[in-house]
Design a protein around this ligand. Structure first.
Ligand SMILES: [Zn+2]
Ligand SMILES: [Zn+2]
Length: 134
C-alpha cells in the first residue's frame, strides 16, 4: 500500500501514482469546467478575477495551468508560471516554447552523443593587454 498526502486537502490516501486524492480530482474536474468556461467568455482575465468569479481556489487554477489544461491569455501570464529553464513568464505548462524546442533538440543530440562523443572546439584566446579606444 502506498499512502501519500493529497496536495490539495492534505489528507492521506491510497495512491496509485497520483498526488491528488480521488475526492479532490473530482472537485478539480468540476472546477476545471467552471474556469474553462469563464476564460472562454473573458479571454483577457487574470487569475485573481477568475478565482473570485468562479469561486475556484487559486491553487487549483495554478495546478490546471501547470498541467497545460488551462491557458490564461494575459501578456505576461500574471507572473504565476515561469519557464523551468529560463524563468521567463509563461501562460501554460512548465516551459516556454523556445526551451521546449531546445530540450527536444538536446534530447536528439544526446542520442547521437552517446554513440560518438563530440570533441570540444578550442576557443581562440583573444584576451590581451591591448586596450580598445585608448
Ligand atoms: Zn484531496
Ligand atoms: Zn524558457
Amino acid at each position: 500500500m502506498n499512502i501519500v498526502q493529497c496536495t490539495f486537502c492534505k489528507k492521506p490516501f491510497h495512491s496509485l501514482g497520483s498526488k491528488i486524492c480521488p475526492a479532490c480530482l473530482e472537485q478539480i474536474d468540476k472546477d476545471f469546467i467552471k474556469v474553462r468556461d469563464y476564460i472562454y467568455e473573458h479571454k483577457h482575465s487574470n487569475i485573481d478575477k477568475i478565482a473570485e468569479e468562479t469561486e475556484v481556489k487559486k491553487a487549483v487554477i495554478i495546478h490546471l495551468l501547470k498541467e497545460g489544461r488551462l491557458i490564461i491569455d494575459s501578456p505576461d501570464g500574471d507572473g504565476l508560471l515561469v519557464c523551468e529553464m529560463c524563468k521567463k513568464p509563461i501562460n501554460t505548462g512548465r516551459m516556454c516554447k523556445e526551451c521546449m524546442g531546445k530540450v527536444a533538440s538536446s534530447m536528439d543530440k544526446n542520442v547521437i552523443a552517446n554513440k560518438k562523443p563530440e570533441p570540444k572546439p578550442e576557443e581562440p584566446n583573444i584576451k590581451g593587454s591591448a586596450k580598445i579606444g585608448s
